[in-house]
Design a protein around this ligand. Structure first.
Ligand code: SER
Length: 314
């Protein structure tokens, strides 16, 4: 059945891939991209319907949802972990007010569904770090992580109080050639760009800092699969998803195979502390059981595809 979908924060790393994927699946005329910053060139190439939207403006958000007769709101707008620590006040206004507006607009307009991503950042130093289960202590220490716990709890509250169909994925670091938006996992993108451009990369995390990750096609697949999942089979509203865990040192060998001169140096900065507060690996068996989640890409397949794609972009 045709769905009309509006995506906030769609000019970001994930949105600029998600929007064309949604257009392919639901029809170009049914997808509205919104954002606040620079419009990605791919949107112009693909003739995407886009509108400026600051998610802190509820009236503007509601107007777009009504005018475009939207069924599903995908609320991706967020200030990420590293940018958030530099400007917690901005992160608070965009992440908290923005999500509250998305929730209220969904409730007041009686939309069919609200999808809003959570993150591995919802976990904190007191969470078990290895194979972190779905249902576990979440006491994050970044403003970004706190906003993700807010999203999960408020979404679940509106679900039980108003029957609002809220769904969320705790995305791990998402790897793709697109420019990332100021997160702690961004190294796993820049390493490929710098390897191809300069044959060397200085990493802002220590070599053995492992974090859960996935390749962009799996991120898009998990998002569409959860949006389309049978509501009656969902016992949870927020799900761990992952494909593999990756530390900077794990990519050196695979990159050297393609670029033998590649060299890496490590200069950990404030992002090291953020990374150490997150799990090294997470258990996504609840997502696998409730809606059949399964990733397609492992580290070698992701590495090969990233090097091929970026080579063509340079
Ligand atoms: N990629 C995000 C970040 O590093 C994690 O959700 O902030």
């Amino acid at each position: 059945m045709t769905k009309r979908i509006l995506v906030t924060g769609s000019y970001g790393q994930i949105g600029q891939v998600l929007v064309p994927a949604l257009m392919d699946r639901y029809g170009k005329e049914n997808i509205i991209a919104t954002g606040r910053k620079k419009i990605p060139s791919v949107f112009k190439e693909k003739d995407v319907h886009y509108h400026r939207l600051d998610v802190r403006d509820l009236t503007q958000m509601q107007t777009l949802l009504v005018e475009h007769d939207i069924d599903i709101l995908i609320h991706n707008a967020s200030v990420l972990s590293a940018t958030g620590e530099k400007n917690p006040q901005l992160a608070h206004s965009i992440n908290f007010e923005g999500f509250y507006n998305a929730l209220e607009a969904t409730r007041m307009l009686n939309l069919e569904q609200l999808f809003a991503p959570s993150s591995i950042a919802a976990f904190g130093p007191s969470t078990p770090r290895e194979n972190t289960p779905n249902d576990v202590i979440t006491r994050p220490t970044t403003i970004y992580g706190i906003s993700k716990v807010y999203i999960e709890l408020m979404g679940e509250y509106y679900h039980q109080k108003y029957g609002l169909d809220f769904r969320s994925l705790r995305y791990p670091g998402v790897i793709s050639p697109e420019e990332p938006g100021g997160g702690t996992t961004d190294w796993a993108i820049w390493i490929f760009w710098e390897a191809l451009r300069n044959k060397k990369y200085t990493c802002f995390l220590k070599e053995d800092t492992s974090l859960p990750m996935m390749y962009m096609p799996d991120c898009i697949k998990s998002t569409i699969d959860l949006i389309e999942a049978d509501n009656s089979k969902l016992e949870h509203r927020s799900f761990n998803v992952t494909a593999f865990s990756l530390a900077p040192k794990d990519l050196v060998g695979p990159i050297k195979e393609a670029i033998p001169e590649f060299e890496i140096a490590y200069e950990p900065d404030f992002r090291q502390q953020i990374a150490e507060s997150w799990p090294a690996s997470i258990d996504d068996s609840v997502a696998r059981k409730e809606w059949g989640w399964k990733p397609d890409y492992d580290i070698p397949a992701m590495t090969k595809d990233m090097l091929e794609k970026i080579s063509k972009m340079i």
